[in-house]
Design a protein around this ligand. Structure first.
Ligand SMILES: [Zn+2]
Length: 405
């Protein structure tokens, strides 16, 4: 990182995060908020913390009432401000060989280990630690805190939160999603949709396949068709991504139990990752037509045969213009004056972008450490993120030296 101009004379150049930030992050990691369980304990914790600082927050619950997003505004709500977005859920630790308990923050050798340290409770704790700064400085522009659930299972919780944010009396001028980007500013990522196809055929003896309907053979036709659709999409490219085109990927195919039986069931999972500007609806329609054709063939063999489609996840791509002035300003605030990058992974940022809010991704930690055993975040990375939050708070003050928007 290049050295940048300091924004204020009150800053320290510490490479250590504050004790308050470490306490918050330790508490957050202690909540085993994997996507499979309720996130309400961690939401209760955050709401209580905000209340201690005089901040009201609003819950946006799921239909079952066992999970919720949290939305809070600090500062004047009658003008455009800055939204800070984080998810409260983490991925499971089952089957992973951790050196220390995953839900206990453990510091060794300048690193803080724990599930979610990079993805993304490190950022969440940094935002919370900065609440006193926001209360003090966000006097000219507000900051909105947007905390979601179920991000790790396909951005399932964010749509309601994004809708609530986009329909605030005055929506934010800029949203910053703090997914781990090594504190680089990212402006774009591919979109994705993933589906599970459950193929029901008709079983029978392998000597009499003409009286049955082979679910595995039908699945194979779909795989071949998906490969062909994928191959047809490589001509449209965007050099900002690797690979520079939309991809179609079959991740699993299960079916059949014994050689002497015609399989009556197969399950296939696929995903499509779209570059910005790709016609996602058109690709969906082509895949739907492929599935319909194979379904019709199966039904011709056995009336009870069918193929059902179960959505697994879907989120839009992020496609913020590289020239967005706030991107360059944010890069300066991180002390890393690089042009905005693109990401190889998806985030909730595409949903904010789709809702019409200019959105960037920038957070501490490295996505390469996420979802693995011994996930960690550097204490120096936390200190840098903490410095960024203080500088962001100052951009919302009455006389900012370099307003973000
Ligand atoms: Zn994440």
């Amino acid at each position: 990182m290049a050295a940048g101009a300091l924004r204020t004379g009150t800053e320290t150049s510490s490479v250590e995060p504050s004790a308050g930030l470490l306490r918050l992050l330790t508490d957050l990691i202690g909540f085993q908020s994997v996507s499979a369980v309720s996130n309400l304990p961690v939401i209760d914790y955050i709401a209580a913390y905000l209340a201690q600082h005089g901040i009201d927050s609003r819950r946006i619950p799921n239909a079952a009432g066992d999970k919720a997003s949290l939305l809070a505004t600090i500062g004047p709500a009658d003008r455009p401000g800055l939204a800070l977005s984080a998810h409260t859920d983490v991925v499971p630790v089952e089957g992973q060989d951790w050196s220390s308990p995953p839900f206990t923050a453990t510091i060794r050798d300048g690193r803080l280990y724990g599930r979610g340290s990079s993805d993304m409770k490190g950022f969440l704790a940094t935002v919370l630690a900065a609440v006193p700064d926001f209360v003090r400085h966000a006097t000219a522009r507000p900051v909105h805190l947007c905390f979601s659930y179920d991000e790790e299972i396909g951005c399932a919780g964010a749509p309601d939160l994004v809708a609530a944010t986009a329909t605030l009396p005055v929506p934010p001028a800029l949203c910053l999603v703090g997914e781990p980007s090594s504190l680089k500013v990212a402006r774009a990522h591919k979109g994705k949709f993933a589906n599970r196809l459950v193929i029901t055929g008709k079983g029978g003896h392998s000597a009499l396949p003409h009286r049955a309907a082979n679910a595995v053979a039908a699945a194979a036709k779909i795989v071949v068709g998906l490969e062909a659709i994928g191959a047809s999409l490589t001509a449209i490219t965007d050099a900002a991504f690797e690979p520079p085109y939309t991809t179609v990927h079959v991740g699993s195919l299960r079916g059949g139990g014994a050689l002497n039986l015609v399989p009556d069931r197969a399950v296939l999972e696929y995903e499509v990752r779209t570059i910005p500007g790709a016609d996602a609806a058109g690709i969906r329609a082509r895949i739907d037509a492929l599935v319909a054709e194979v379904r019709a063939g199966l039904k011709a063999q056995a009336a009870e045969a069918d193929i059902t489609v179960e959505p697994i996840s879907a989120y839009p791509g992020l496609d913020t213009p590289a020239g967005l002035p706030a991107a360059a300003k944010l890069a300066r605030l991180t002390d890393c004056n690089e042009a905005p990058i693109t990401l190889a992974y998806g985030t909730e940022a595409g949903l904010y972008d789709e809702a019409g809010i200019a959105t960037l991704v920038c957070g501490p930690g490295d996505i390469a450490r996420a979802h693995k055993a011994d996930e960690w975040i550097g204490l120096d990375e936390l200190a840098s993120a903490e410095r960024l939050m203080r500088r962001l708070a100052l951009t919302l003050s009455d006389a900012p030296t370099d307003p973000l928007f």
